[in-house]
Design a protein around this ligand. Structure first.
Ligand code: TXA
Ligand code: MG
Length: 347
C-alpha cells in the first residue's frame, strides 16, 4: 500500500474545508486508516463505528485485540451518541480539560460503536484532542474516530510523522503531517464510571491538576506495584521499548558512570539517557540529553524521540536517569519503567 503524506501547517491548515484535510477525511469515511497529529502523540485514526476500519487499526499496529481504543471527538454533543450517562465529575473534568490530554472512561451505549474498538467492554474511553488539525479532521469526517498511538505495538509512541512512517509506512492509507506534537506523552486516562475517579494511566494532565478540580482522585493500585491486574487493559503490556535493553539508574552520577564504564569494558556500545543539566557528568558512547530536569514538560516532550534515537545509534544497552514521581514526572516514570520492564539498578 502506498502511504500518502499530507503536509499541513498547524497554524494555517485548521479548517475542515482545507483540501488536505478533506482528502484525509474522505479516506476515513471510506474506512481506511490515517495517522493524525494530536497534542500528545500521533494517533492512528479509523471510523470507530466500523468493524472494518477498526480491524485495520489493530492489524497495522499488530495490537492485541483485548486492548480497547480511545474514541476522539471534536464536539461534546457527540458523546450522547455512544455514552450511556455523563456523571457530574466527568462534566467538571470536561469543562476544565477539554480539549486536552485527558481521556475519560464512560459507560457505553450498546450497538453504536464497533465492538472491536471497545474490546467488547461495557465502557468506552473518549477524549477531545487539543490540536487544531486533529479537530479540523474530526469535524470534516463527522465520525467518532478511534485512535491508538500510531506506533507498532510495543514501540515508543510517535511524536512526529517521521516516527509514524518508520513504523507504519506501507501499512496505512496516509499520515497527516502537522509537525512535532507538543506534550509528548499520551493523555491521562481517568475512570469516571464508579464513584471517586481513578487514574488508570498517568499522562499529560497531572494528578495534582485533576485534584484541584474534583477534589479526591485515586490512582489504580496496579500502577504502583506490578502485582495487581491493571484496570486499563493496555497497561499490562510491555510498551515504549527501544531496541536495546534499558535500565533505570538510582544513585549518584559517579555510580552511574561506573556502571557505564563496566559495560564499555565488556565491549558494549552504551547509551545514556540524561538531561541538559547533567549531560557533562557522563562519558559514554552515546549521551542524549532529553529535555531539562528543571522543567519536566521538556523531558516529556522529548522522551519518545530520544528512545527512538538510541535505535538509530544502534547502542547495545541504555542507562537512564530517574525523575521525580510528581506532576508530569508521574507519566514520564510510568513510561520509562515500562520501557525498562521495571529494571532499576540502585546504588
Ligand atoms: O494521548 C493519547 O491518549 C493518544 C492519542 C493518539 O490520543 N492515544 C493513545 O491511545 O495513547 P492508546 O491506544 O495507545 O492507549 C489507550 C489506553 C490503553 O491503555 C487502553 O487500554 C486504555 O486507554 N483504554 C481504552 N479504553 C478503555 C476502557 N474502556 N477502559 C479502560 N482502559 C481503556
Ligand atoms: Mg499506545
Amino acid at each position: 500500500m502506498n502511504t500518502k503524506v499530507w503536509k499541513v501547517d498547524k497554524f494555517v491548515d485548521i479548517f475542515e474545508s482545507n483540501p488536505h484535510i478533506v482528502d484525509a477525511a474522505n479516506f476515513l469515511r471510506e474506512n481506511e486508516v490515517v495517522a493524525l497529529p494530536t497534542e500528545t502523540v500521533y494517533g492512528l485514526g479509523g471510523n470507530a463505528e466500523s468493524d472494518e476500519a477498526v480491524a485495520k487499526i489493530f492489524a497495522a499496529k499488530g495490537r492485541p485485540g483485548d486492548n480497547p481504543l480511545i474514541i476522539h471527538i471534536a464536539d461534546r454533543e457527540h458523546l450522547n451518541r455512544f455514552v450511556k450517562e455523563i456523571p457530574l465529575t466527568a462534566e467538571r473534568l470536561m469543562d476544565a480539560f477539554w480539549p486536552g490530554p485527558l481521556t475519560i472512561i464512560f459507560k457505553k451505549k450498546e450497538g453504536v460503536l464497533s465492538e472491536k474498538a471497545t474490546a467488547g467492554l461495557g465502557t468506552v474511553a473518549v477524549r477531545m484532542p487539543d490540536h487544531p488539525v486533529a479537530l479540523a479532521l474530526l469535524r470534516a469526517c463527522e465520525l467518532p474516530i478511534a485512535a491508538p498511538s500510531a506506533n507498532s505495538s510495543g514501540k515508543p509512541s510517535p511524536t512526529s510523522a517521521e516516527h509514524v512512517l518508520d513504523d507504519l509506512n506501507g501499512k496505512i492509507a496516509g499520515v497527516v503531517d502537522g509537525g512535532a506534537t507538543g506534550v509528548g506523552v499520551e493523555s491521562t486516562v481517568v475512570d469516571c464510571t464508579d464513584g471517586i475517579p481513578v487514574i488508570l494511566r498517568p499522562g499529560g494532565v497531572t494528578r495534582e491538576q485533576l485534584a484541584a478540580v474534583i477534589g479526591e482522585v485515586q490512582v489504580d493500585p496496579a500502577l504502583m506495584d506490578g502485582a495487581e491486574r491493571p484496570k486499563s487493559p493496555g497497561m499490562k503490556y510491555k510498551h515504549y521499548a527501544p531496541n536495546a535493553p534499558l535500565y533505570l539508574v538510582s544513585g549518584t552520577s559517579e555510580f552511574f558512570q561506573r556502571i557505564v564504564e563496566e559495560k564499555e569494558r565488556e565491549g558494549l556500545k552504551v547509551g545514556v539517557l540524561t538531561t541538559e543539566e547533567c549531560e557533562d557528568l557522563f562519558d559514554a558512547d552515546v549521551v542524549l540529553a532529553c529535555g531539562r530536569r528543571a522543567e519536566l514538560e521538556t523531558v516529556a516532550a522529548s522522551l519518545y524521540d530520544t528512545l527512538r534515537r538510541f535505535n538509530q545509534m544502534k547502542v547495545d544497552i541504555i542507562f537512564s536517569e530517574m525523575f521525580p514521581n510528581e506532576g508530569v514526572g508521574h507519566a514520564i516514570m510510568n513510561r520509562l519503567l515500562k520501557a525498562a520492564g521495571n529494571k532499576i539498578i540502585s546504588e
